[in-house]
Design a protein around this ligand. Structure first.
Ligand SMILES: [Zn+2]
Length: 326
């Protein structure tokens, strides 16, 4: 059996795990990131969790791996703009002051005694890769993914490989424009999908309606997407409308994406997607089916399957799909 190690680098935690070829995750470990300690310190911590995963895999009784040669690679998923081929974090909003950090080189310098190739990619690209190989996208080659949480991230996988574009910014599906003169997005543009479907924007849209006099059982000062979803499930008209409108706009964005890329499947994850079939997904599909051309309409729209494990699984899959080696 072949194995690879996945690392999910977040602003709060660094998670790691060992992925078997059959998709089984083991030897999970998690430590705090301590973003303010800087890139070198974080590279040391990443190297530390890698060593820990290998040590657990070798020392478990019976051992999961008998030699390091069974581990074909170590993949790292990181937020931000990542230059995968050269192992560089160009910019990452979660890591203050990081600009063109050669993160893989830093980690490699801390792994002198370990000779396993390292790979890196953007965390959402990695999530889509995870879903493709071991989640909702199994059996497909061309897949797009959306993670709808605080922001709306996207990733594109073509022929089972992440598509990076000319300058590594491909897949910004959250900034697909769904209303040309609409709400202002964090990117500075107007009418992006994120400006409607991102958590803060869902809350703001709801608050605006309440201030405008809409009847609701919700308290405008204590809103969260979860509370809005709960109110919607309990039959609150405004809450239901907020989610159906959000679903429609996701459907509008997916229509353009389907026309441009003709993927087989769109996988949707992230906290907002937990609203589920009745509140969200049926509205996405309805709008998509209303607008899409005949042949690309075959694209399936499904919820992500791997949940919080998608980052680890996908990062570990970089070892099978990416070229970069250090
Ligand atoms: Zn935007």
């Amino acid at each position: 059996m072949k194995y690879s190690i996945g690392i999910d680098l977040g602003g709060t935690d660094i998670k790691a795990g060992l992925l078997a070829e059959d998709g089984t995750l083991s030897c999970r470990t998690i430590i705090s990131t301590h973003v303010n300690e800087g890139a070198r310190a974080i590279a040391r911590r990443i190297a530390g969790v890698i060593k820990q995963v290998i040590s657990v895999a070798e020392k478990t009784d019976p051992p999961i791996v008998s030699s390091q040669q069974q581990i074909i690679g170590i993949g790292l998923g990181s937020p931000g703009l990542i230059i995968a081929e050269s192992g560089i974090v160009h910019f990452s909003p979660n890591f203050p002051g990081w600009y063109d950090i050669p993160l893989l080189d830093y980690v490699n310098e801390e792994l002198q005694e370990i000779d396993i190739p390292l790979y890196i990619d953007n965390d959402v690209n990695v999530m889509v890769l995870g879903e493709l190989h071991h989640g909702a996208g199994v059996g497909f080659d061309n897949i797009v993914g959306l993670t709808i949480g605080t922001g709306v991230g996207g990733g594109v996988v073509i022929d089972k490989k992440v598509y990076h574009g000319s300058w590594n910014t491909a897949g910004e599906l959250g900034h697909t424009i769904v209303k040309p003169n609409g709400r202002t997005c964090g990117c500075g543009n107007r009418g992006c999908l994120e400006a409607y479907a991102g958590a803060r924007h869902i809350i703001e849209r709801t608050q605006q309606q309440i201030v405008a006099g809409r009847k609701t059982c919700m308290n405008p000062d204590q809103l969260t997407p979860k509370k809005i979803a709960d109110a919607a499930s309990a039959g609150d008209e405004l809450a239901r409308e907020i989610f159906s409108e959000t679903g429609k706009l996701i459907g509008v964005a997916l229509t353009s994406i389907a026309h441009i890329l003709n993927p087989q499947i769109a996988v949707i994850g992230g906290g907002i997607s937990a609203a589920g079939e009745e509140l969200l997904f049926q509205h996405i599909r309805k709008e998509f089916n209303k607008r899409v051309m005949d042949i690309p309409s075959k694209m399936q729209i499904v919820p992500a399957k791997l949940g919080n494990d998608a980052g680890l699984v996908g990062a570990a899959m970089l070892a099978y799909t990416h070229k970069r080696k250090v």
